[in-house]
Design a protein around this ligand. Structure first.
Ligand code: GLN
Length: 492
């Protein structure tokens, strides 16, 4: 039998429909792969028993002709999604022992469509980070290494465990969440497809909040078609989330026509950074050529406020985080560190429960929201955010999609940026603007760096036009024909 872990979701669905193998066999192969990949530290909690039970139920459904969109597909669930009866940590010490009594809407939607949970994937603490080095449960390692160099590399973040599990063939796909780039950047670093839907497309209910006006769940997969299948399973209106949008969910797969003739693809000049890595520039040029060869029209556009996106994001996201994370007080969830009185208990719990990066964000956010600074920082950042959204609105009057690099570099080494928060924040330079504007974005693996590491290109589209996004991404994927995989040095 072919190696079941190497299949895409769509091929696995076909294989199960044809009776070539069962969901139980598919799941068993992935459990073995997951167990053999421990050195990558991609999972905080593994749930093989739940997986086997779900796979068995899936086989029964399929036999009755009742299979759902993702029936029998083994996936990793980012440990930011609340899962009923299964430890949910947000990779933070402060959520020690937190076992939700409810299921997040997105994970529930996936189980309703038959997906099988292999476990809860590691992440940066509260999804704050770009390297998966801030998890209380330890760093996640990228399955890729530089040619001829054993130094461990980061998988990107914050959805680093999701990225690493999919790239190492331990999970067929994974959920991620993206606040400023946490799906797209790690996808680019490990050579997979990472998609952030339009804000409001997927419910945030039951997802541990980081920055509520930015957080969005999305699929991390090994192909664009898989991304379309998985988004269809995840998305949908949810009355429990007031920011979820009441729109029907299209059959995203049917958008994959492979035909982008006549589509207008925008190339924003402001994404051409001073001192840009020549490899990234070359990849972007290559992407432009692929679009032209496929019959699209290339249009130069301007997004003049791009340079203010990162500074605005690093006010807004911490401000919202400082408010959201106020709920962790030692009373309602997880960890409690006793103190001499109530205030002391709060302070001791938060001092011990949060890691350094989270504390940095809470300090910045609390400062930006405090009386006297609110107007100067938070309000100003909100105004900048509106300008950035307007830039995109204007640009989308002339183009159907926008093509940019996903990240300013390939994956970097573990420890290389952990003492330099500003260098770390720069990872998000190409992903944050679309987050601020609430737009859908996708990273498609498009080439290898000189050191043999994957690099992604990003496509952006209009709000709720995921169909155009997938169509363009599909053409990019075909042109790039990215088939490289990491050597499996990690298998124990
Ligand atoms: N790297 C960014 C940050 O640290 C984005 C994180 C995310 O999208 N969750 O805030």
């Amino acid at each position: 039998m072919t190696d079941l872990t190497k299949l895409t979701i769509s091929a696995a669905l076909d294989g199960m429909a044809a009776g070539d193998f069962s969901a139980r066999e598919l799941t068993a192969a992935h459990i073995t792969a997951m167990e053999a990949s421990n050195v990558l530290n991609a999972f905080i909690t593994k749930t093989p028993e739940i997986a086997v039970e779900a796979a068995t139920a899936s086989d029964t459904r399929r036999a009755k002709g009742e299979a759902g969109l993702m029936d029998g597909i083994p996936i990793a669930m980012k440990d930011l999604f609340c899962t009923e009866g299964v430890l949910t940590t947000a990779a933070s010490h402060i959520l020690d022992g937190f076992t939700p009594k409810y299921e997040s809407t997105v994970s529930g939607n996936l189980w309703n469509e038959g997906a099988v949970m292999l476990g809860k994937a590691n992440l940066d603490e509260f999804a704050m980070g770009s390297s998966n080095e801030t998890s209380f449960y330890g760093n996640v390692i990228n399955p890729w290494r530089r040619a001829g160099d054993d130094h461990p590399l980061v998988p990107g973040g914050s959805s680093g465990g999701s990225a690493s599990s999919v790239a190492s063939f331990s999970a067929m796909a994974a959920t991620g969440t993206d606040t400023g780039g946490s799906i797209r950047q790690p996808a680019s670093f490990v050579g997979i497809v990472g998609m952030k839907p339009t804000y409001g497309r997927c419910s945030r209910w039951g997802v541990v909040a980081f920055a509520s006006s930015l957080d969005q769940a999305g699929p991390m997969t090994r192909s664009v078609r898989d991304s379309a299948i998985m988004l269809e399973a995840m998305a949908g209106f949810d009355p429990k989330d007031s920011t979820s949008v009441d729109m029907s969910v299209p059959d995203f797969q049917s958008a994959l026509s492979g035909d982008i003739r006549g589509l207008k693809i925008g190339i924003p000049k402001e994404y051409q950074l001073d001192g840009m890595n020549p490899e990234i520039q070359a990849l972007w040029n290559q992407g432009i050529d692929w679009m032209k060869a496929a019959g699209a029209e290339i249009v130069n556009i301007s997004l003049p406020n791009t340079k203010y996106a990162l500074p605005a994001y690093y006010i807004i996201a911490p401000a919202e985080a400082s408010s959201n994370l106020a709920r962790y007080d030692g009373v309602r969830f997880g960890l409690r560190v006793e103190g001499k009185d109530l205030n002391d208990m709060y302070a001791s719990t938060r001092a011990e429960g949060f890691g350094d990066e989270v504390k940095r964000r809470l300090l910045i956010g609390t400062y930006a929201l405090s009386a006297g600074y609110y107007d100067a920082y938070y309000l100003k950042a909100q105004k900048v955010r509106t300008r950035i959204a307007d830039d995109f609105k204007h640009a989308f009057q002339h183009v159907d999609a926008i093509l940019t690099p996903t990240t300013p570099s390939a994956a970097f080494g573990s420890g290389e940026k952990s003492d330099d928060p500003l260098a770390m924040y720069l990872n998000d330079v190409f992903t944050v603007p679309a987050s601020l504007a609430g737009l859908p974005g996708i990273s498609v693996p498009a080439g290898l760096s000189g050191e043999g590491l994957p690099l992604g290109l990003q496509v952006l589209a209009k709000p709720f036009d995921e169909e155009t996004l997938f169509k363009v991404a599909g053409v990019l994927e075909t042109a790039a024909n990215f088939t490289a995989t990491p050597d499996d040095w990690w298998r124990g």
